[in-house]
Ligand binder design. Structure first.
Ligand SMILES: Nc1ncnc2c1ncn2[C@@H]1O[C@H](COP(=O)(O)OP(=O)(O)O)[C@@H](O)[C@H]1O
Ligand SMILES: [Mg+2]
Length: 439
């Protein structure tokens, strides 16, 4: 379908859709689209095509896609001012951090600032700290990349390196998110750059969120903060960040809010993208360094120490695997084995740690990350099975390079790469009410 839009108007396109510029002059978040350029808009995303000279588009719309023409530019004037302020900063490299709630326009502001900077021949990196709605790198990771050409959607560019967190919500992995961002920022800064644009997750309301964001700002120490406000949702955070250089910007009114389901299905597009061409691989456990985990982890007991034998005796059985972590004892038992709660209590008294019992098979579907010997992120995979007796791990992954280290996440995927909601436990129950809206 061809459509011509007058200058001074904006064409809003809700995906899934593809739009080709036939003729005219048009921008998306500050990126000028050449004639013949095709832009794909994912389901759940909306792109504003800001028409500067009458433009003809060739548009294909998928199911539930939509187009709408509006007057003027939907990029708020406060974003233009924010960019101007960013340019006034003299020190190089400049680190700018974007803060805002879910669906406030964080990704779009990062895209806009990056494009504007690239138009000025600046060297720019984007560090994406939004786990739940990752733009760069797979879902549940933090990632960065150097952007060399203006972009319409950072989802289309490949990550330079990533740090796997393994959950979709930062509330469950505050320290890890901060650790990942700090280490990736350090890596970015070892390159010659002018600007680092840091995106963050949308968890900003409530005391825990505010404390987390304060920590994040402290550790990453950005030179400037761009805070996107819809109403007054950032009030307590802004108060706490009083001494920081910051610019408060508007959330575009043309923004499209997404339901939790939409956010999940956008994430699932990420799993599909990063698991394309995956194959089943069996790797001996002895070849791998495994990040501390309930299913494998570093077993201090090695099955034969005095302590392990005492635990087996108290349990009245020998589990498939016994793992002692900092704060708990984890054991993996066969699918149909049964453990008496009295015996578990005895082990807890003996070890002074909480006992967590997992069943063989429960590991199936867990999202994981694969790294090389230098801890460079190679990609994600889905854990299919840990064979405790044969001591091999079966992973569904597109990674074909030598894997030295793996990290196992908490997110579980089914065979169609859809997220399986976590089992209903007390812990999840209290979390789910607070975070339902967010992730
Ligand atoms: N100025 C704008 N005009 C129209 N749509 C916009 C504008 N800014 C953002 N959007 C769209 O609104 C949706 C939410 O914005 P996004 O930047 O993804 O928010 P966040 O990263 O905070 O979740 C996206 O589909 C985005 O493309
Ligand atoms: Mg985003």
């Amino acid at each position: 379908m061809n459509r011509t839009v007058e200058s001074g108007k904006t064409l809003l396109v809700d995906g899934p859709a593809s739009v080709t510029v036939v003729s005219g002059k048009v921008k998306v978040f500050g990126s000028v689209l050449r004639n013949g350029r095709k832009v794909v808009i994912r389901e759940g995303k909306r792109l504003p095509f800001t028409v500067e000279e009458a433009t003809t588009f060739d548009i294909s719309l998928g199911d539930n896609a939509n187009i709408e023409e509006v007057d003027g530019n939907t990029i708020p004037s406060s974003w233009i001012k924010a960019y101007e302020e960013l340019l006034t900063l003299q020190m190089k490299p400049v680190t700018a951090m974007v803060l805002g709630t879910v669906d406030s326009g964080k990704t779009s502001l990062c895209t806009y600032l990056t494009n504007k900077l690239l138009n000025e021949k600046q060297k720019v990196a984007i560090l994406d700290g939004d786990l739940g709605q990752s733009d760069i790198g797979p879902p549940c990771t933090i990632a960065y990349t150097f952007v060399t050409r203006p972009i319409t959607d950072p989802f289309n560019i490949e990550a330079k390196n990533a740090f796997f967190v393994g959950v979709t919500s930062p509330s469950k992995a505050i320290d890890k998110v901060i650790e990942g961002l700090v280490s990736l920022k350090r890596e970015i800064l070892s390159n010659n750059l002018d600007f680092v644009i840091v995106n963050t997750d949308g968890w900003i309301e409530g005391e825990d969120a505010v404390n987390y964001k304060i920590q994040l700002v402290k550790q990453l120490n950005p030179d400037i903060l761009f805070c996107i406000q819809q109403k007054d949702e950032l009030a307590s955070l802004l108060n706490a960040l009083e001494k920081r250089r910051k610019v408060i910007v508007d959330s575009p009114s043309a923004i499209r809010q997404r339901s939790r389901e939409k956010r999940r299905s956008l994430r699932e597009l990420g799993y599909i993208k990063y698991l394309k061409n995956a194959k089943v691989q069996s790797i001996p456990l002895s070849w791998l360094k495994i990040e501390e985990n309930e299913f494998i982890g570093l077993s201090v007991t090695r099955g034969n120490t005095k302590k392990a034998w005492k635990i087996y005796e108290l349990l009245g059985m020998k589990p498939l695997r016994l793992v002692e972590l900092r704060d708990k004892i984890c054991m993996v038992i066969g699918r149909s084995r049964w453990l008496h709660s009295d015996n578990i209590r005895k082990v807890e008294e003996f070890t002074k740690k909480k006992v967590v019992v997992v069943r063989k098979g429960e590991e199936e579907g867990l999202l994981m990350a694969l790294y090389d010997a230098e801890r460079k992120f190679l990609g994600i995979g889905v854990l299919l099975e840990i064979h405790y007796r044969r001591k091999v791990i079966k992973i569904y992954t597109p990674v074909s390079k030598d894997v030295s280290m793996v990290a196992i996440g908490k997110v579980k995927l089914d065979k169609n790469l859809k997220e399986i909601p976590p089992a209903f436990t007390e812990e999840n129950q209290s979390n789910s009410t607070t975070f339902k809206r967010l992730f």
